[in-house]
Design a protein around this ligand. Structure first.
Ligand code: ATP
Length: 234
């Protein structure tokens, strides 16, 4: 069964249509990409799926309709988000950020230790303020926090954009391993750079609409994206 299923999703900001009747499937054990240029509606689609922007349409998690649920209830049901910009508490420590994450998920404080183990750098830096971490370390903290509740589906908005190649590699390896363990992963990104080796399938989003659904890894997805943008030669 598809872990996360989205159908007939619309997001409107006032009179502007940001997401226009899209359908996405995010199967377990695979990394699904949602690629599109800036302003295509990727973040809006991801946030609507998690319930943090208003939308209409159906969102199903393991077959159960969750689109009427609050964001917190969706998270506790296994829908985890690493948002663009990460939304960490920059003036709190790594440990405090994880404790707040545990609290929001109604998990015991000891869950923090497991989250720190996933990325050893977080254990080393547990007393550092989140705001002084590098971009890559902040992203690891955001991913570790999202994984604390053992989600069934993980949504990553701009996971690797702007990060150093070594960190990109580390995050990509983590995402691949999570999918191989059975997690359903959706990565929203403006391009496939850094995600080449991890993407199984994906969608191309242009001006709020899905213009291509592609199986077979990053290559055919990249080609479909280039065609959609009118970049393909020949
Ligand atoms: N809170 C908001 N209020 C009004 N319009 C918004 C809001 N958020 C996004 N938009 C608009 O909705 C459209 C889709 O934006 P969205 O951020 O979802 O796209 P995106 O593909 O994630 O782009 P980016 O990669 O730049 O984040 C854009 O035209 C954007 O200007």
């Amino acid at each position: 069964m598809t872990a996360l299923e989205i159908a007939g999703l619309f997001v409107r900001y006032g009179g502007a249509l940001a997401v226009d009747d899209i359908a996405l499937s995010v199967p377990p054990g695979q990394v699904t990409a949602l690629v599109g240029p800036n302003g295509a509606g990727k973040s809006s689609a991801v946030l609507a799926t998690c319930g943090t922007v208003r939308s209409t349409g159906e969102v199903r998690l393991d077959g159960e309709r969750v689109d009427g649920w609050s964001p917190g209830r969706r998270t506790r049901a296994g829908l985890a988000l690493v948002p663009q910009g990460r939304q960490l508490f920059s003036r709190l420590t790594v440990r405090e950020n994880l404790l707040i994450g545990a609290d929001q998920l109604r998990l015991p404080a000891r869950s923090v230790a497991a989250a720190e183990e996933r990325f050893p750098i977080l254990a080393e830096r547990r007393s550092s303020l989140a705001g002084v971490l590098s971009g890559g370390e902040q992203q690891m903290l955001a991913v570790a926090r999202a994984l604390m509740g053992r989600p069934r589906a993980l949504l990553l908005d701009e996971l690797v954009t702007g990060l150093a190649p070594l960190i990109v590699q580390q995050l990509a390896t983590t995402v691949r391993a999570l999918a191989d363990d059975g997690l359903a992963v959706l990565v929203a990104a403006p391009d496939l750079v850094g995600l080449r080796d991890v993407v199984d399938r994906g969608y191309v989003l242009v001006r709020g609409r899905v213009v291509a659904e592609v199986e077979g890894g990053h290559r055919p997805l990249q080609s479909a994206y280039e065609r959609a943008l009118g970049l393909a030669v020949g």
